[in-house]
Ligand binder design. Sequence first.
Ligand code: ZN
Length: 161
Amino acid sequence: MNNMINIEELYKDVLLDHYSNPRHTHVIPNPTVTAEGHNPVCGDEIHLSLQVDAEDIIQKVSVQTHGCSISVASGSIMAEELQGKTIEQAQMVIDLFQKMMSGGPVVESESGDFEALVGVKQFPVRIKCALLAWMTLDQAMKQYQGEHVQVVSTEQEGAPF
Ligand code: ZN
């Protein structure tokens, strides 16, 4: 057994796995909330749908990303994290992600893949690719809570990240 696991290589494998086989890409017929996101820097686009039940539990997640490997992997990892969580828990995950990406501690998730995204910090030019899905989710949360929504852009003013 080789115990010298290269963490960077491991993270790269996790991202590659999500890119090659993105989770929760199926269309939800009657979503409770949908949001669109766009990262003009890279050309990434995302369509997010959530089906939320009366107890605020996210029953179904749909994430369709057209973009680079990091944007697709980030959307897929996010979809896995959201499935089965309450809106309040999802909000906490966004919060943890935001803190992690801005230099806070690396957080271990239930899926074990969430923390792989922190590896993207080594490539500052790609951070927006990783953030896109989460910014779009943040917008979907606001919409769910009744706020006015518009198409998300990573380049907009007052971006949450
Ligand atoms: Zn990208």
